[in-house]
Design a protein. Structure first.
Length: 226
């Protein structure tokens, strides 16, 4: 019986060591290019806002609202020029990207500067699709601190140049739950990236984000030729 107890405790120790080690490994990818607000961010081109729950398919939850507010602040200050809103639209009566778009428009973002990803069912899918569908190589991520470090790990591992901006504007109702859940979410991300190398649930046709600066330069060149 004693031998079984020892084996049990060794197994528990190894499991806890694995969980701790993986979490530290994932968190280590957020040391660079991590910002607590938009002030320290250099001017980039594209931002990505991760979806979260919406209310009555009309209003963003507090967590989502704060992500959108900080993304708008970056946009309004010229830190980013285009915004991808990536979320869940797996049901007809549930559309996170549309709610996000409408909220950003209400804040003052131009419609043509918002790109919708309707199949961002989780962080991995959102970032994979940003790379494969929207042809992104460099991107600014907007989300709360508990989530941001994992998102930056995934983005880096997918070969993206990522910058992360915290969107903690208040205390959230499920903050403790989110922090506990994140321990296991990092394990899931580790297996997705390092072991299984999953593809998203959906891919699809390319969506090209229009670079306004390049368009203006082409217009100037054409005028000069004329």
């Amino acid at each position: 019986m004693k031998k079984y107890f020892i084996s049990f405790f060794v197994l528990i120790f190894l499991l806890l060591s694995f969980v701790t080690g993986v979490n530290y490994y994932v968190l280590s990818f957020s040391n660079d290019n991590y910002f607590y607000d938009v002030d320290g961010l250099d001017n980039k081109y594209i931002g990505l806002v991760f979806g979260a729950s919406v209310i009555n398919n009309k209003y963003p939850s507090d967590i989502l609202k704060d992500r959108l507010k900080v993304a708008f602040e970056a946009y309004n200050n010229g830190k980013i020029k285009k915004i991808i809103v990536s979320g869940d639209n797996s049901k007809i009566d549930y559309n996170e990207p549309e709610v996000m778009k409408n909220y950003l428009i209400g804040l003052g973002v131009k419609t043509e500067d918002i790109y919708l990803d309707y199949a961002g069912f989780d962080t991995y899918d959102s970032l994979y699709r940003a790379r494969e569908i929207f042809d992104v190589t460099e991107i600014v991520l907007f989300t709360q601190d508990f989530h941001l470090k994992r998102a930056m790990y995934i983005g880096n591992k997918l070969g993206l140049k990522v910058y992360g901006v915290e969107t903690n504007l208040q205390k959230y109702v499920k903050e403790n739950y989110n922090n506990r859940r994140e321990v296991f979410a990092r394990i899931k991300a580790f297996f997705e990236i390092e072991i299984f190398k999953n593809k998203p649930r959906y891919l699809g046709d390319k969506v090209y984000i229009i670079d306004d600066d390049k368009v203006e330069n082409v217009k100037k060149e054409l005028l000069e030729l004329n």
